[in-house]
Write a protein that binds this ligand. Structure first.
Ligand code: BJW
Length: 235
């Protein structure tokens, strides 16, 4: 699966950026979003659960869903892919993980350099809008301002955390190799990260059991699961 030219490149590489998506946590038991049967968007409506408008309409429903996901993520364990990436951070001069995942599993695997493009499921932040009293009843509130809290994740139509994309793109420009692991590469602006690498002459390796929007452009497409393939790259 790992051909001679990729093996040679890996030996010479000291600066890597790894973009990760839901597929990296699939083998930790956390469902992806777009799997046709098991994916979260096959069973839940993203416009209801992953937009600010949906939250303002049905805050209890959204909170219930995030509470269940928090519990699932807290019980999940980092898998061989998370662990291998953490090991790479120790071995290489530079190895930045840019994740779309909100589950915190990269950090629990020991990775120190992680940019969370879509926030973190385990944190809250206050909303600036006022909710009518009947809608706001029993919702968690900010102890300082009294405002209703929401999960600190990035919903559709929202901006990413300040500086996150800029940091990721700058790191790409000085990297030797970019990995795109376990992402369908359809959600912007994250999906533009490997394309930025290609535009800057940085080779891109995709790791995914399925073909994605990125596959035809990537220099290598390794068809397999993250927990199987990523440790082979690090070895
Ligand atoms: C395995 C595996 C194994 C399985 N091993 N692999 C039209 C064109 C372009 C852009 C837009 C557009 N219309 C709207 C937009 C913007 C929108 C967007 O991109 N929409 C697209 C869907 C079209 N983007 C946004 O709104 C973003 N903000 C933004 O653009 O701000 C600027 C702006 C503001 C206002 C107006 C206009 C512009 C924000 C995006 C936020 C995404 N949020 C979510 C939810 C986060 C919170 C939460 O988790 O609850 O983020 S949605 C969801 O998708 C989640 C993920 O991080 C994200 C990406 O998904 P990912 O990780 O790729 O998962 P999947 O399921 O798609 O793929 C899994 C892959 O794993 C598959 O390929 C499998 O094969 C593979 N796999 N097992 C390895 N074992």
């Amino acid at each position: 699966m790992i051909d001679k030219s990729l093996q040679q490149l890996l030996r010479q590489t000291s600066n890597i950026v790894a973009l990760t998506g839901a597929g990296v946590s699939a083998e930790s038991g956390i469902p992806t979003f777009r799997d046709a049967q098991q994916g979260m968007w096959a069973n839940f409506d993203p416009m209801e659960l992953a937009t600010l408008e949906g939250f303002l309409r049905q805050p209890h429903k959204v909170w219930d869903w995030y509470q269940q996901r928090r519990e699932m993520a807290a019980k999940a364990q980092p898998n061989a892919a998370h662990l291998a990436l953490a090991e790479w951070q120790e071995q290489l001069e530079q190895c930045l993980i840019v994740t779309q995942n909100v589950d915190g599993l990269h950090q629990r695997a020991g990775s120190l350099h992680v940019i969370e493009l879509h926030g973190n499921l385990h944190r809250d932040r206050p909303i600036s809008q006022q909710l009518p009293a009947e809608k706001a009843a029993d919702l968690p509130r900010c102890p300082e301002t009294g405002n209703v809290l929401r999960p600190d994740v990035v919903w559709f139509g929202e901006m990413l955390p300040e500086g996150a994309m800029e940091q990721a793109l700058s790191a790409i420009e000085v990297s030797d190799l970019v990995l795109s692991i376990g992402t369908s590469a359809v959600v912007q602006p994250a999906a533009s990260i490997p394309l930025h690498a290609l535009e800057n002459g940085v080779p891109v390796v995709e790791i995914n059991p399925e073909t994605t929007e990125l596959s035809s452009a990537a220099d290598w497409s390794l068809r397999g699961s993250a927990a199987d393939v990523v440790p082979q790259l690090v070895a």
